[in-house]
Design a protein around this ligand. Structure first.
Ligand SMILES: Cc1cc2nc3c(=O)[nH]c(=O)nc-3n(C[C@H](O)[C@H](O)[C@H](O)COP(=O)(O)O)c2cc1C
Length: 190
């Protein structure tokens, strides 16, 4: 397969990621996001909020008070994991995260967060806080200003993509590495 075909494959990955953002039925809309937490590796499901091939950026949204935030600050390297059980395609995307909070980017993103989701950011206690009853962990008020104060965007610049497809007869794997000006592509042993 030529480099052109690998670049087409890469283009298809970014296209699919962008489509998944808009499609609640797409399993790539719910990736796992891994980071080096304060107490070792940590991983969680996230909703993919944007995917931009031109900027090589994936984003997610979270509560600035969540325990993952100090992890990103300690070590900004991140790993995203996407899997589609129908096509048996796994994509791993790695890069570096920047946390946006109370800035131009979060102000632009906030209006497109559905009101019911905005409420998730207005719990009195931070995510992960110990409570005596689950009811105490629910959003206590509907004050959009206090909710926005906790809203953060995890903005990840991607520099490596590992694509793997399991097939009935054979498996295929390709790796894409951003060298600062272009994506270098290679087939690798699955
Ligand atoms: C399907 C699903 C989607 C989720 N999406 C998000 C999300 O977009 N943002 C978020 O902060 N947490 C999301 N969560 C919750 C996280 O997985 C995690 O439990 C939470 O962010 C606290 O993680 P932390 O302790 O690592 O900060 C989601 C969980 C599930 C099950």
């Amino acid at each position: 397969m030529s480099d052109d075909e690998l670049q087409t494959l890469l283009g298809g990955v970014w296209q699919r990621l962008a489509k998944a953002v808009e499609d609640p039925a797409d399993p790539w809309r719910l990736p796992a996001l891994g980071v080096q937490g304060l107490n070792g590796p940590s991983v969680r499901m996230m909703v993919l909020r944007s995917a931009c091939r031109t900027d090589r950026v994936l984003t997610a949204q979270t509560d600035i008070r969540s325990t993952k935030i100090p992890g990103f600050r300690k070590d900004p390297r991140v790993a995203w994991l996407f899997y589609d059980p129908a096509s048996k395609v796994q994509v791993r995307a790695t890069g570096r995260a920047t946390i946006h909070h109370n800035d131009e980017l979060t102000r632009r993103a906030w209006p497109s967060v559905p009101e019911t989701n905005q409420l998730n950011y207005s719990t009195a206690l931070p995510p992960g806080a110990t409570i005596s009853d689950p009811a105490l962990g629910q959003a206590a008020n509907d004050d959009p200003a206090s909710a926005f104060a906790n809203f953060a965007v995890i903005w990840c610049e991607i520099t490596r993509i590992d694509w793997l497809q399991l097939g009935p007869q054979s498996h295929r794997r390709a790796q894409f590495t951003w060298n600062g000006s272009e994506w270098l592509a290679a087939w690798t042993v699955p």
